[in-house]
Ligand binder design. Sequence first.
Ligand SMILES: NC(=O)C1=CN([C@@H]2O[C@H](COP(=O)(O)OP(=O)(O)OC[C@H]3O[C@@H](n4cnc5c(N)ncnc54)[C@H](O)[C@@H]3O)[C@@H](O)[C@H]2O)C=CC1
Ligand SMILES: O=C(O)[C@@H]1CCC=N1
Length: 264
Amino acid sequence: MKIAILGTGNLGVSLAKGLIFSNAFTSLYLTKRNSDAIKDFEEYSKVKVTADNREAVQNSDILLLSVQPTQLERILEEIKDLLTDKHVIISTVTGFKIPRIEAIIGEDQFIIRAMPNTAIAVGKSMTCLCCNEKGKKRIAIAEAIFNRLGTSIIIPENKMQAATVICASGIAFWMRLIRATSQGAVQLGFDAKEAQQLAVHTCLGAASLLIESGKHPEEEIDRVTTPRGCTIEGLNEMEHNGLSSSLIKGLQASFKKINNISEK
Ligand SMILES: NC(=O)C1=CN([C@@H]2O[C@H](COP(=O)(O)OP(=O)(O)OC[C@H]3O[C@@H](n4cnc5c(N)ncnc54)[C@H](O)[C@@H]3O)[C@@H](O)[C@H]2O)C=CC1
Ligand SMILES: O=C(O)[C@@H]1CCC=N1
């Protein structure tokens, strides 16, 4: 696969790392206006760094667009005359809906929207995908790319905003929960390094149990909570202080914000 990432910022760099470490391309173009900032990627074979989006498009088949929402229209205008039937356009841009993309480059293009997260750098992204009518013929390519870099599901476009909150912003939310656990562990006597090790591996274990078994979290909680024991004591104290409620309210606030942003 000849892949280009147009707009190699925070997410684009994560995407590039994931693609490089999974050896998932025959050539990889990375573009950025200040391309010197990502020049180090040229140490990897088959990777070309440039500020020239048109050069990247002409030499690639899969175009991953990863710019800010306000920058997408300009970049689409810049490349639209170069688009041919070989190109698959995959946009990670938040809130920029398919009809708006079609209005710029035309309906007769393979257009896919992807909502990955920064864990794509380590091959563990949860990525949600949707596409336009024509894109249905190429969605399997997007699935192949993102399944190699984690897990993907196809969803209707009207759920992309919610997917952004849960999966993309979700990385930040889970980081805070892990940090809070580490802070608690330090207070209980572990040094900072040990505390983080305990927190991340317990988090990984909890997620892995559910992934492997497909069980509901409460079933696994039942296995841990000894009657009158310390686990239920801690859980109930957390709930009295609004753990679940605060998380759900945070997700709702984030969803409200994303809808406000994309209406503008
Ligand atoms: N950061 C994240 O975790 C996630 C971000 N997204 C979405 O992906 C998009 C990118 O996000 P970030 O990487 O965080 O933003 P960013 O601002 O870090 O990266 C955008 C990059 O595009 C470059 N750029 C802008 N105009 C350009 C042009 N005309 N030609 C070439 N490069 C150009 C900028 O220099 C910058 O490096 C956004 O729309 C964001 O909402 C989606 C999922 C997760
Ligand atoms: O915080 C944001 O608005 C963007 C969208 C998802 C991740 N970063």
